[in-house]
Design a protein around this ligand. Structure first.
Ligand code: NDP
Length: 290
C-alpha cells in the first residue's frame, strides 16, 4: 500500500507558492492578505486557525486572526465582515466553521464578498463552481485533487464513492471527481448498505465525520482510500487524531491511502494559502483593468 503523503505534497506546493508570492510582490508591491474570523473558544478551531496563520506567514501572506466572543451578535459579526470586505489589504476572508449554534453559518457566509471567499462557500461562488467557472476551488476537495495529481492517479473511468454530502467537502468533491470523468456515487446518512457500495469502488473519499466508520472489509483490494475525517481522541493517555477510516487495518489491503494526521489536513491548509494568493491576483488584475 502506498501512503498518499499530504505533508510532503503540501510542502512542495508551499515552496512553489512562496516563490510565486515573491515574484508577485516584486511586480506589484502587494502582499496577499488573509483574515480568519474565529468566533468562540472551540479548541479544535483554535488549533486549525493557528496552523493557518503560521503557514500563511511562512509563504509570505500577511495573515491575522480576529477573535470574537461566542455570544457575539449576528449584527456585530456582519459588520466585522463588511469592514473586511472593503479593506483593500485583505484578499481572503475565512470564517472558521463550525460557528456557535446561535449563528446560522449560511447567513453569516452570505455577507462575505465572493471575491474574498477562499473556500468557495458563498452562493455566487458555488454557482460559478458548478458551471465550471470557479474563482477558486473549495480547499479540501481541491487539495485532494492535488494529491491525485502528485501521485499520477488517473480518475478517468474510475468508480468513485464520496461518503458525505456537505457543502464544504462531500458535494464539491463529487463535482470535481465528476469533472475528472470518474463515475461518482454520493452516500449520506440515509444510504442503505454503505459497505456494499464502497466495496465496489475504485476510489473512496470518506467525509462522514464518523470516527472509524470504514475499515478494511469495506474496500476492495486495490482501492484508493482518502480519509477526510478528523477526530480528536485519547489513546494510552495521549491525545491523538483519528479519521473516518481505520487506517491501521488497511496495511496491504488497498493500493493507496491517506493517513490521519498527515493526509488531507495539510493539503486543506495549503490550498487556503494558494486560494488567498489566487484571489490577490484576481483583485490586482481587476484593479489594473479598471
Ligand atoms: P458534515 O457533518 O457537514 O457532513 C457529514 C456528511 O456525512 C453528511 O452529508 C452526512 O449525511 C454524512 N454522514 C454522516 N454519517 C454518515 C454515515 N454513517 N454514513 C454515511 N454518511 C454519513 O461534515 P463535513 O463535511 O464538514 O466534515 C466531515 C469530516 O471531515 C469531519 O470529521 C470534519 O472534521 C472533517 N474535515 C476535515 C478537513 C480536513 O482538512 N481534513 C476539512 C473539513 C472537514 P447527511 O447529509 O444525511 O446528514
Amino acid at each position: 500500500m502506498q501512503i498518499l503523503d499530504g505533508r510532503l505534497v503540501a510542502q512542495k506546493i508551499r515552496t512553489e507558492l512562496k516563490r510565486k508570492i515573491n515574484s508577485f510582490y516584486e511586480k506589484n508591491k502587494i502582499v496577499p492578505g488573509l483574515v480568519v474570523i474565529l468566533v468562540g473558544d472551540n479548541p479544535a478551531s483554535q488549533v486549525y486557525v493557528r496552523q493557518k496563520v503560521k503557514m500563511a506567514k511562512q509563504v509570505g501572506i500577511h495573515s491575522k486572526v480576529l477573535s470574537l466572543p461566542k455570544d457575539v451578535s449576528f449584527d456585530k459579526l456582519k459588520q466585522t465582515i463588511q469592514n473586511l470586505n472593503t479593506d483593500p489589504a485583505i484578499h481572503a476572508l475565512l470564517v472558521q466553521l463550525p460557528l456557535p449554534s446561535s449563528l446560522a453559518w449560511k447567513e453569516v457566509i452570505a455577507h462575505i464578498d465572493p471575491r474574498k471567499d477562499p473556500d468557495c462557500l458563498t452562493a455566487e461562488n458555488q454557482g460559478l463552481a458548478w458551471s465550471g467557472q470557479a474563482r477558486v476551488l473549495p480547499c479540501t476537495p481541491a487539495g485532494i485533487m492535488k494529491l491525485f495529481e502528485h501521485y499520477n492517479i488517473t480518475l478517468k473511468g474510475k468508480k468513485a464513492v464520496v461518503v458525505g454530502r456537505s457543502q464544504i467537502v462531500g458535494l464539491p468533491m463529487a463535482q470535481l471527481l465528476l469533472r475528472a470523468n470518474a463515475t461518482v456515487t454520493v452516500c449520506h446518512s440515509y444510504t442503505k448498505n454503505l459497505s456494499q457500495i464502497t466495496k465496489e469502488a475504485d476510489l473512496v473519499v470518506a467525509a462522514a465525520g464518523r470516527q472509524g466508520l470504514l475499515g478494511k472489509n469495506d474496500f476492495k483490494r486495490d482501492a484508493i482510500v482518502v480519509d477526510v475525517g478528523i477526530h480528536r481522541t485519547v489513546e494510552n493517555n495521549k491525545k491523538i487524531l483519528k479519521g473516518d477510516v481505520l487506517f491501521e487495518e488497511l496495511k496491504n489491503g488497498v493500493s493507496y491511502a491517506t493517513p490521519v494526521p498527515g493526509g488531507v489536513g495539510p493539503m486543506t491548509v495549503t490550498m487556503l494559502l494558494e486560494n488567498t494568493f489566487q484571489l490577490a491576483c484576481l483583485a490586482t488584475e481587476s484593479r489594473t483593468h479598471a
